[in-house]
Design a protein around this ligand. Structure first.
Ligand SMILES: Nc1nc2c(c(=O)[nH]1)N=C([C@H](O)[C@H](O)COP(=O)(O)OP(=O)(O)OP(=O)(O)O)CN2
Ligand code: ZN
Length: 138
């Protein structure tokens, strides 16, 4: 599945697609039917870039990224996850939470300089969100 990718000049660009099944609800009458607990098969695309590979020849192991997200969200009620104790689990907030998890992982577990450029989060066949972090001032 091809997605819009931001322009960059890194030597390597890694994309990991994964999907997980989870339930959620948006605790607000204005959300209509989505105020009721319901489920989705969420499709995620993670884009990571870098100029140097690790000692295995990876930017980062695809399966490490998959395990990180599956462990946190697969077959769970998203509203119970600590990341959503103050905010509702919408496509937008979930995309940002996944970015923050990936960003933390690549900074703490990988020694090669990596950057997560974007997360795409598809909640239904007709709706998806792209989350791109703002450039951090060095
Ligand atoms: N901006 C957002 N709007 C909505 C979100 C969201 O996360 N961000 N979420 C929902 C519900 O979770 C709903 O289950 C998914 O919405 P939607 O794509 O509208 O669902 P449908 O499949 O019914 O949409 P169709 O237009 O019929 O394909 C609602 N809004
Ligand atoms: Zn929903």
């Amino acid at each position: 599945m091809m997605y819009p990718i931001p322009v960059h000049d890194y030597e390597y660009e890694l994309n990991k697609d994964l999907n997980f099944s989870a339930a959620h609800f948006i605790p607000d009458k204005r959300a209509g039917k989505c105020e009721r607990v319901h489920g989705h098969t969420y499709h995620v695309n993670i884009t990571i870039v870098g100029d140097t590979l690790d000692e295995l020849g990876f930017l980062v192991n695809f399966s490490a990224l998959k395990n990180l997200i599956m462990e946190a969200f697969d077959h769970r009620l998203l509203n119970e996850h600590e990341a959503f104790s103050e905010i509702p689990p919408t496509s937008e907030t979930l995309a940002k939470v996944i970015y923050e998890m990936v960003d933390k992982y690549i900074k703490e577990e990988q020694e090669n300089e990596l950057q997560c450029l974007q997360i795409i989060l598809r909640e239904t066949p007709t709706s998806y969100v792209v989350y791109r972090p703002k450039e951090k001032d060095e």
